[in-house]
Design a protein around this ligand. Structure first.
Ligand code: FES
Ligand code: FES
Length: 127
């Protein structure tokens, strides 16, 4: 299948691959899987005391579109508050990367990963 140029760019030069130590201050982790294909995405955010996401990293075991979606959202969440990050929609990811219909679930995985990471942060930091 043909990938769009933006997918290829993120796939070949993924931004922010890796992980933070899970005990680092302000780090939260979202791990999600796609039932449709078995791909797995791990997204970590590092949140400052002011609730702003300072940094993000990902590891994705999956297709090019899943890798590109996760790479893109690590860029998009930086500088946002955790609640602003929750507003990122998979449709925006799919549009930015020009994903074809069969790859929409890859962008849903990225949206779910953000939500899972923020939920983990709130669980750890809000009583
Ligand atoms: Fe091929 Fe997701 S279906 S990696
Ligand atoms: Fe399943 Fe991309 S094909 S995440």
């Amino acid at each position: 299948m043909a990938y769009s140029e933006k997918v290829l760019d993120h796939y070949e030069n993924p931004r922010n691959v890796g992980s933070f130590g899970k005990d680092e201050e302000g780090v939260a982790t979202g791990m999600v899987g796609a039932p449709a294909c078995g791909d797995v995405m791990k997204l970590q955010i590092k949140v400052g005391k002011d609730g702003v996401i300072e940094d993000a990293k990902f590891k994705t075991y999956g297709c090019g579109s899943a890798i590109a979606s996760s790479s893109l959202v690590t860029e998009w969440v930086k500088g946002k508050t955790i609640n602003q990050a929750l507003e990122i929609k998979n449709t925006e990811i799919a549009e930015e990367l020009a994903l074809p219909p069969v790859k929409i679930h890859c962008s849903i995985l990225a949206e779910d990963a953000i939500k899972a990471a923020v939920a983990d942060y709130k669980k750890k930091h809000e009583a």
